[in-house]
Structure formats: C-alpha cells, structure tokens
Design a protein around this ligand. Sequence first.
Ligand code: NI
Length: 154
Amino acid sequence: MRYIFFTKKQKRMALLSLTQIFVTLKAVNRFKTMKPINIKEKHALFSKQWHPHRIATLDNMQVLLAKLQGEFVWHSHDDEDELFQVIKGTLYMQFRDRTEIIKEGEIIVVPKGVEHNPTTKNNEEVHVLLFEKLTTAHTGNVIDDKTQTDYPEL
Ligand code: NI
C-alpha cells in the first residue's frame, strides 16, 4: 500500500481552493437572488393548480407562488405561521368560526395552529404568493389528494 504525504503548504492550498469554491458558489447564489423577480411573469410559467412553485428562499424562509381554484383542504401547521398575498382575484380564507375575504393587493397571516382552508368562489382562479418557513408542510397535519411534497423552482 502506498501512502501519499501532503506538505503543510499543499494542505493549505487545498483548503484555500475549497474555500474559494464555497465563496464563488455563495456569490453566484447571491447574484441570482439579487435580480428582480417578476411575480406575474413567474405565475405565467405554470398552470397546475394547488401546486406551489418556489421563486426565492431567504434564511429559513421561502417565497412560493400558487394558483388556486375551488376549495383546498382543512389543515393547520403546528409550528409555522403562513402568509398569503393575493396577486390576482379574491381569496376566501375559511377559518372554523368565520371566513376572511382577501382582495388583490392584500395579505393575510394564518398563525400557527389555526385551522384554515383557502377557497375561491365563482370558478375564479386566484393567484397567490406565500411566504413561509421551508419546513412548512403543504397541507400541514393532514394528507390529501392535493398534498404536494415537492415544490418546483422557477
Ligand atoms: Ni396552510
């Protein structure tokens, strides 16, 4: 068996190259995220309803876009708050004791642990932006036909 010995200088050079690769990757990523992202253009890139697409991440959060039509599924998220912004249309957020109407340009925050069910009316397709933790499960504590576990990146 043959052993390869590296000198201190060689080890330092290897470490430097590794560091450089990481710095470069980070820079590329930062460059990517520092470009403006047009929400309407991104929404035009997919048609599948109730399937969130990821357009950005920051720290442990994600920004998702989704197209909704009809009724989703009753669920809650034990450890995550969830923000919805209506980009197009009118969203009816059902809670167990009431329904909130969220119009274009408005947001609503669903606190952790609160049961909710996003719904649209009159056959309208509603476009939303979601802002939530990367760990937030699509349908929270329930599994449904609509449940998605993989969000495509746009
Ligand atoms: Ni939810």
